[in-house]
Write a protein that binds this ligand. Structure first.
Ligand SMILES: Cc1ncc(COP(=O)(O)O)c(C=O)c1O
Length: 401
């Protein structure tokens, strides 16, 4: 890569010593997105779905345009399938509770999750376990940290109504081979994919994935926060009732009754985060015009190799991932003998190096691998080999101390 992408992100100009290694949590924002948000708020901002005046119509148009962009990027069929929510917890709660009130999930029905799921794809199912007594089973990972297909086969019985897996683990960085799952899946099982960590790294195609629902966020890909995309197959959406509702999601209110709006509005109750939705447009423009996924993938492979090469020199750093697998993104969770990861993160923070520590909201995995903590380095387009050098130089200092 011959361009220094760091220059596109003003946070690094304003914090020259910052080494930001926490992009799995959220990405930094390029100037083009920041300028656009300011421009939108100064010139066009207004409510949507209800105003007949000029800026409201322009805002409505931009909101729709952002959905068209999402549609084009994930190969959806229509914007009726694209619902904006606020975060993944909200997206999954909306989905799970709507499945419940639409009688798609009943007592003793089984949900299959992997042990690596982020809590966002765990808690909503645990709530249903308490509420209506569904069962949950967890699929193990194999020595490569991929889904254990033997375990999957033994647990995938006729009671399984839902399979909900992450595409990429936010702890190990492993890309799950989901093709192996849909090849084995029956027609009567709903297949949900958490694409929160795949969309920032490579192109995700809902048709190729053969899933029924997919959710991800765009704040991890340069847009503003509070914008999640929940994609659902239109035919499944049609006979699903939203678990809660209000204006925007309602078409008509009579004296004592109401009817729902069309798709996708039926599932978007209240005023959405219009600014975040509009910020998506420039995030896409940045990705499409300045670099593209194949550029990112090459750069990513290069930095993964560089990071592992450096890491291999330390016998006392344990990586939570198989060093053999090539099927991974640039997320590295580690522990160092004799150190608590929170202390490592603290000491790095003193040097203005931002890493994440503890269980990365994947508590179930940490139960299963008998660990209490780890610290995580995650990279993105603005990181460089220089950042990795500074990280290891400081880790060296900590170990020496
Ligand atoms: C795999 C995965 N799912 C869900 C989430 C939840 O995202 P948020 O905290 O933005 O709701 C994350 C965030 O890190 C994630 O990595």
């Amino acid at each position: 890569m011959n361009k220094e992408y760091k220059k596109d992100f003003p946070i690094f100009k304003n914090n020259p010593s910052l080494i930001y290694l926490d992009s799995t949590a959220t990405s930094q924002k390029p100037q083009i997105v920041i300028d656009w948000i300011k421009d939108y708020l100064e010139n066009t901002y207004s409510s949507i779905h209800r105003g007949l005046y000029n800026i409201s119509e322009q805002s409505e148009l931009l909101y729709k345009k952002s959905k068209v962009k999402v549609l084009e990027n994930i190969w959806a069929n229509s914007i009726k399938e694209i619902i904006y929510t606020y975060n993944s917890t909200y997206a999954l709660n909306l989905l799970s509770s709507s499945l419940k009130i639409s009688n798609k999930l009943k007592k003793w029905d089984k949900v299959l999750l992997s042990i690596t799921e982020h809590n966002a794809n765990l808690i909503p199912w645990l709530i249903l376990k308490e509420e209506i007594w569904i069962e949950i089973e967890y699929i193990n990972v194999d020595s490569e940290y991929n889904l254990d297909l033997v375990d999957f086969k033994s647990k995938y019985d006729e009671k399984v109504k839902i399979i909900s897996f992450t595409h990429v683990s936010n702890v190990t960085g492993q890309i799950f081979d989901l093709e192996e799952i849909w090849k084995r899946k029956r027609e009567d099982t709903i297949f949900i994919v958490d694409a929160s960590q795949s969309v920032p790294h490579f192109k995700v195609d809902v048709k190729a994935l053969n899933c029924d629902y997919l959710f991800f966020t765009w704040h991890k890909v340069f847009a503003d926060t509070w914008i999640w995309v929940l994609w659902w197959k239109e035919k499944l959406l049609k006979d699903l009732k939203p678990s809660f509702s209000w204006w925007g999601a309602i078409w008509k209110i009579e004296k004592d009754s109401f009817s729902y709006a069309w798709l996708p509005d039926k599932f978007e109750a209240g005023t959405p985060n219009i600014t975040a939705a509009v910020s998506l447009l420039k995030a896409f423009e940045y990705i499409n015009n300045i670099w593209w996924y194949n550029v990112l993938e090459d750069y990513e492979n290069n930095l993964v190799e560089y990071f592992l090469e450096k890491l291999n020199k330390y016998s006392n750093i344990k990586l939570i991932w198989s060093k053999q697998s090539k099927n991974r993104v640039w997320v590295f969770s580690m522990i160092i003998d004799w150190f608590h990861s929170n202390d490592i993160a603290d000491m790095l923070a003193e040097k203005n190096i931002a890493v994440r520590s503890w269980k990365h909201c994947a508590h179930r995995l940490f139960w299963d691998i008998w660990l209490n903590h780890s610290f995580r380095v995650s990279l993105y387009i603005y990181n460089t080999k220089g950042d990795i050098d500074i990280f290891f130089k400081n880790i060296n200092g900590i170990i020496q101390k």
